[in-house]
Design a protein around this ligand. Structure first.
Ligand code: NAP
Length: 312
């Protein structure tokens, strides 16, 4: 196995990771970004962003290509599609082993992001890929003139429901309360959209079908009334859970698993920083992820400099 040494290794090639890569490389420290997938992170699956300053409207995939090109400009080394087998954040140097390489690094910046939460109902696992999808941009086109349900009331649920109306004949938004959590501007667009029907105060109990999804069982949490609605697809967007599988026992996290940091993005371990959606942050946006990346990388570089002073 090839051993590679860096001053900083960034886990995750999304907006937080690329921003950190740029700032670290500009701080003249050797920098690598490792990703378990192709580079780009969650925004690569967004159709369009309209709240990244100076971009007005940009495709999520295009924006992430720009992030990547910008990190390339400063010579950040990239390792996509890495299967991580082992992470030791406490040792010195810190060690990350993948199937192909052993990375040794003075600092680690965790930018692994988050993944969609599951509903946890009967039929969800069974019909995933056969009517249950967590990515409207990836699968929306399969639902031309069909009826779909989106579950949740946050930005993701409402934005993706609006996107699905490009294909589907009807989109139900099933929300457990009678008020949406999504930003007001997004709510207004959904309320105006004639293809969207809201099912308030309701939760999904089961996803049913023969071979693929054909209906879902729901109940109203206020009246307890149960019913079934015919749908061809269901898109749960009920929040996210952090990608922390490799460091769970090593680092301090909140009750939902998000990594705790101070204002410099430092975690409970010296030389380890967490940035973007994986950390306990009040706002999860591309701009806040990028901002976290700048702060975390600058403080990682300062930490590397203190190590040099100790060795001299
Ligand atoms: P979120 O904001 O946490 O919303 C999750 C929604 O799912 C909430 O409406 C919640 O209901 C509901 N929910 C949670 N658990 C549920 C369950 N077990 N059963 C049924 N419903 C459940 O998550 P998100 O929409 O995925 O967004 C994640 C983060 O990314 C947020 O910070 C969001 O603002 C950000 N984001 C931003 C944009 C944008 O700015 N354009 C786009 C996408 C995401 P309650 O409301 O009752 O809690």
């Amino acid at each position: 196995m090839e051993i590679l040494e860096f001053d900083t290794v960034i886990l995750g090639g999304g907006p937080a990771g690329f921003s950190a890569g740029m700032y670290a490389a500009r701080g003249a420290v050797s920098t690598a970004i490792i990703d378990t997938n192709i580079m780009g992170g969650q925004p690569s699956n967004y159709l369009e962003l309209e709240n990244y300053p100076a971009m007005k409207r940009i495709d999520g995939f295009d924006l992430m290509e720009k992030f990547e090109e910008h990190a390339d400009m400063f010579g950040v080394k990239k390792f996509p599609m890495q299967e991580i087998e082992f992470v030791d954040l406490v040792s010195n140097p810190k060690v990350i082993k993948t199937k192909e390489y052993e990375f040794r690094s003075k600092t680690v910046i965790i930018a692994t992001g988050a993944k969609p939460m599951k509903l946890g109902v009967k039929g969800e696992a069974e019909y995933t890929g056969r009517g249950v999808s967590y990515c409207a941009v990836c699968d929306g086109a399969f639902y031309k003139d069909k009826v779909v349900a989106v579950v949740g009331g946050g930005n993701s649920a409402v934005e993706e429901a609006i996107y699905l109306t490009k294909f589907a004949s009807k989109v139900y938004i099933i929300h457990r309360r009678n008020e949406l959590r999504a930003d007001k501007i997004i709510q207004q667009r959904a309320f105006k959209n004639p293809k969207i029907d809201f099912i308030w105060d309701s939760v999904v109990d089961e996803i049913k079908g023969i071979e693929k999804v054909d209906r879902i069982a729901i109940h109203n949490v206020k009246t307890n009334q149960a019913s079934e609605i015919k749908v061809d697809g269901i898109f749960p967007y009920i929040g996210i859970t952090p990608n922390v599988e490799y460091f769970n026992s090593q680092i301090k996290q909140d009750s939902k698993g998000f990594i705790l940091t101070d204002e410099t993005m430092k975690t409970s371990i010296d030389g380890v920083y967490a940035i973007g959606d994986v950390r306990n942050t009040p706002l999860r946006q591309v701009i806040t992820a990028a901002s976290d990346g700048a702060v975390g990388a600058v403080y990682a570089v300062k930490y590397i400099e203190t190590l040099k002073e100790i060795t001299v």
